[in-house]
Design a protein around this ligand. Structure first.
Ligand SMILES: *[C@@H]1O[C@H](CO)[C@@H](O)[C@H](O)[C@H]1NC(C)=O
Ligand SMILES: *[C@@H]1O[C@H](CO)[C@@H](O)[C@H](O)[C@H]1NC(C)=O
Length: 363
C-alpha cells in the first residue's frame, strides 16, 4: 500500500502523535565505553551481505520536510532537529514481517532532551490495536554515554510496556553503526551491529501482544523536553542546534502488503522463507554468548525483573537467575555507578496517552 505522505504531515495533532513513545532522561549512569572483545569477536558478519536501497526507493518524508536532507547519491539522509521542528521519514509500504535496518550516526555533543527513534509501527492504520517495535535513543548529558531502549507492543498493548534499557559499548555519535529489527512469525530480534541484544520468542500466551499486523518503518528525531520531569532539567538546549542524525545503507526486507486487507503480493511466502533462513534470523552459539555478555554488562532496566510493575513477569520473559540477582524489584540494577536515587520518568504513547499519563511509571 502506498501511503500518502501528505496525510502524515499536515496537522500538528498528528505530528504530536508521531512520537509514539517518549521517554525522558531519568538517571545518569556513567559507564566507561568498555571494549568488550567478546562482543566484537562474535561479529559474524550477519549484515555484510544485506542488500540496501536508496531513500527514494523505500521511504518518504514523514514530517519536518525542511529538516530532512537527502544526500545527492540518494543513499543517506539526515534528520535534523532545530528550534522549529524535528523531522522523520517512513517506509512507503507496510510489511508483513521483515528486516528493518539502517546504519545510524547519532547527534554529537550536548543532546539532552533529544530523542532519535528507529521503529516499526502501524499506528496510523490501526489506532486502537497497533503494533510497534522500537529502538529509542534517549539523548545524553554532558558527553555521557547515550542510553537507549527497546520496546515491543502488540494489538494496542500500550498499557503493558516491555521496555529494556541499555548503555552502548561504543560512542554512537562518532561512527555509523547498524541497528536492525528482525520480525518474523516466530521471533523478534533487535541487533546492534552484529550483536543480537534482545530476542523475543513468540509464545502462545502472549496472544495479541506479539505484533502480527503489517508495519511500516519510521525514523524520527524530536524534542522530548516538554515531557521532561524534574522541572525541565533536561530540556533541549538549542544553543547546540541543529541536532543531526544520519541514516544510510537502508534495508527493508519483507513482503509489502495492504494493511487492511492483508493481501500479500505474489512471492510473499518465498520472502518469508528467505527471512527465516537468513543468517541474521539464526542466533548461533557465538552470537548467543555475545547477547548474554551484552545484557550482563549493558542492560540496566528490564520489565521482566520489575516485579513492582509485573508481579508475574509477562509470558515471554526468560528469567535468568544470575541476571535477576543483579536487579532490584524496580527492574533496575542494584549497583549502577554509585548513583542511588531515582528520577521519575513518564512514558506516554499516542494510543493511550491518558492511560499512560495516569500510570506514569517510575523506571
Ligand atoms: C550474498 O547475497 C547474494 C545475493 O543475495 C548471494 O548470491 C550470495 O551468495 C551472498 N553471499 C554470501 C557470502 O552470503
Ligand atoms: C486485538 O484487539 C482487538 C480489540 O481489543 C480484539 O478484538 C482482538 O481479538 C485482538 N486480537 C488478538 C489477536 O488478540
Amino acid at each position: 500500500m502506498k501511503k500518502n505522505p501528505c496525510c502524515c504531515c499536515c496537522n500538528t495533532k498528528q505530528m504530536n502523535s508521531f512520537s509514539l513513545s517518549r521517554i525522558l532522561m531519568e538517571k545518569k549512569i556513567i559507564l566507561p565505553f568498555l571494549f568488550l572483545s567478546v562482543l566484537v569477536c562474535a561479529a559474524d558478519a550477519s549484515f555484510n551481505n544485506v542488500s540496501t536501497i536508496s531513500f527514494d526507493e523505500g521511504y518518504v518524508p514523514l514530517f519536518g520536510d525542511f529538516n530532512l536532507h537527502r544526500a545527492s547519491d540518494g543513499n543517506s539522509v539526515r534528520l535534523l532537529l532545530d528550534r522549529y521542528t524535528g523531522s522523520g521519514f517512513i517506509s512507503s509500504s507496510l510489511y508483513n514481517h521483515g528486516l528493518f535496518s539502517a546504519k545510524i550516526k547519532l547527534p554529537s555533543d550536548y543532546t539532552a532532551g533529544v530523542v532519535v527513534a528507529f521503529y516499526t509501527s502501524n499506528g496510523d492504520v490501526f489506532e486502537k490495536t497497533h503494533d510497534e517495535l522500537d529502538f529509542e535513543f534517549l539523548g545524553n548529558i554532558d558527553g555521557k554515554p547515550w542510553r537507549f531502549q527497546t520496546n515491543v507492543y502488540g494489538n494496542g498493548s500500550t498499557n503493558r510496556g516491555r521496555e529494556e534499557r541499555y548503555n552502548l559499548w561504543f560512542d554512537p555519535t562518532r561512527d555509523f553503526h547498524r541497528y536492525s529489527i528482525l520480525w518474523t512469525s516466530k521471533h523478534i530480534i533487535f541487533y546492534v551491529d552484529d550483536v543480537p541484544i534482545r530476542e523475543v520468542v513468540r509464545n502462545e500466551e502472549m496472544g495479541g501482544d506479539y505484533p502480527a499486523k503489517p508495519m511500516a518503518l519510521y525514523a524520527t528525531i524530536w524534542d522530548a523536553s516538554t515531557w521532561a520531569t524534574s522541572g525541565g532539567k533536561y530540556k533541549v538546549d538549542y544553543k547546540y542546534a541543529p541536532f543531526v542524525s544520519e541514516f544510510k545503507d537502508l534495508v527493508l526486507h519483507g513482503c509489502a502488503v495492504d494493511p487492511i486487507q492483508q493481501v500479500s503480493a505474489p512471492g510473499c511466502s518465498e520472502k518469508e522463507a528467505d527471512l527465516e533462513s537468513a543468517n541474521y534470523a539464526v542466533i548461533t552459539p557465538e552470537s548467543r554468548t555475545a547477547m548474554s555478555n551484552f545484557r550482563q554488562k549493558y542492560m540496566y532496566y528490564s520489565y521482566c525483573y520489575d516485579t513492582l510493575r509485573y508481579s508475574v513477569p509477562p509470558p515471554e520473559c526468560v528469567i535468568v537467575p544470575e541476571e535477576k540477582r543483579r536487579f532490584k524489584d524496580t527492574g533496575r540494577l542494584k549497583f549502577s555507578g554509585g548513583h542511588t536515587h531515582h528520577r521519575r520518568s513518564k512514558r506516554r504513547s499516542r494510543v493511550s496517552k491518558i492511560a499512560a499519563q495516569n500510570q506514569a511509571e517510575e523506571i
